[in-house]
Design a binder for this molecule. Structure first.
Ligand code: SF4
Length: 280
């Protein structure tokens, strides 16, 4: 069995918090450039070019892309043949977040109690999702999530009879209700199936897929393409000021569910769809 010291996880999480906040992944940058070419409104094009300029300046000057540097969402795929040593895993991840947000001069946006609202001062705790997978590697994805768009995310517990049309209506409704407030152009993560919490997890995970990723399942792929086209006909446009690019991508993940239900979660992300990955 392979041993891995959790100090390595701390160091990687620190780096990834900074990297994700200073620079979008190449797939997101490419998608934004493509979108600027697709946008038909002159004002919309101008906004998309400003967003591209903003990305370039952030990377060059090593400063955050956005003032909301997000709550640190961490997906950890833990190989079942790895023996973690050197301390507590969750604490090691929080220590990485703590150091990354301090060293990267990133805004601390987490409150300890949702009602008392006192800032923890170091952006911890992270939201940690752990999956046990075969093998002896540890894959870490850090996805800092801004709350302008998180606040517009929705869950719909549909009836099975609502079917594909019901799912599409739910996604379009969530994006229409979000309007300009989620900082469009958006990346829309959709989770279908499972239980109440499983579909929300899938929707969040869908945001970490490469921008423009298409499902291998033909009916899901068709839905992704149709939804992207329909969302871009809503007219919301870049920054909500009108245009033909409201969404950059729609990613859907699905899983088995109960005979009596059709859960759908829509996790909305702004154009600052940040994620960094490492395999240790
Ligand atoms: S929703 Fe996104 S772009 Fe808007 S403020 Fe939050 S992180 Fe920044």
């Amino acid at each position: 069995m392979r041993e891995l010291n959790v100090a390595e996880i701390t160091a990687s999480v620190r780096e990834m918090c900074i990297e994700a906040n200073y620079s979008l992944s190449p797939d997101m940058k490419e998608r934004l450039t493509e979108a600027a070419g697709e946008e038909r409104s002159p004002l919309g094009r101008q906004i998309l070019h400003k967003l591209e300029d903003n990305l370039e300046i952030a990377a060059k000057e090593q400063i955050p892309i956005c003032q909301d540097t997000g709550m640190a969402v961490v997906f950890l795929e833990l190989g079942q043949d790895v023996h973690l040593v050197g301390g507590d895993l969750a604490e090691a991840i929080d220590e990485g977040v703590r150091r990354g947000y301090a060293d990267g001069y990133l805004r601390k946006s987490v409150v300890a109690d949702p009602l008392r609202r006192v800032n923890t001062g170091d952006n911890t705790p992270a939201i940690l999702h752990i999956s046990i997978v075969p093998g002896e590697r540890v894959k870490i994805t850090v996805a800092p999530k801004g709350f302008g768009s998180e606040n517009k995310s929705r869950i719909f517990m549909l009836n099975p009879a609502d079917g594909e049309e019901g799912v599409k209506e739910a996604v379009i409704r969530a994006v229409r209700d979000a309007g300009p407030n989620a900082c469009p152009p958006l990346v829309v993560g959709v989770g279908i199936g499972g239980t109440f919490e499983r579909c929300a997890f899938l929707a969040k995970k869908a945001l970490t897929l490469p921008a423009g990723h298409r499902s291998e399942l033909p009916h899901i792929r068709d839905m992704e393409e149709e939804l992207l086209a329909k969302l871009n006909q809503t007219g919301i446009g870049p920054a909500g000021l009108g245009g033909t690019v409201t969404a950059l991508a729609v990613h859907i993940l699905s899983c088995p569910t109960h005979i009596a239900g059709l859960p759908v979660a829509v996790n909305i992300c702004c154009h600052v769809n940040r994620h960094a990955e490492r395999s240790l």
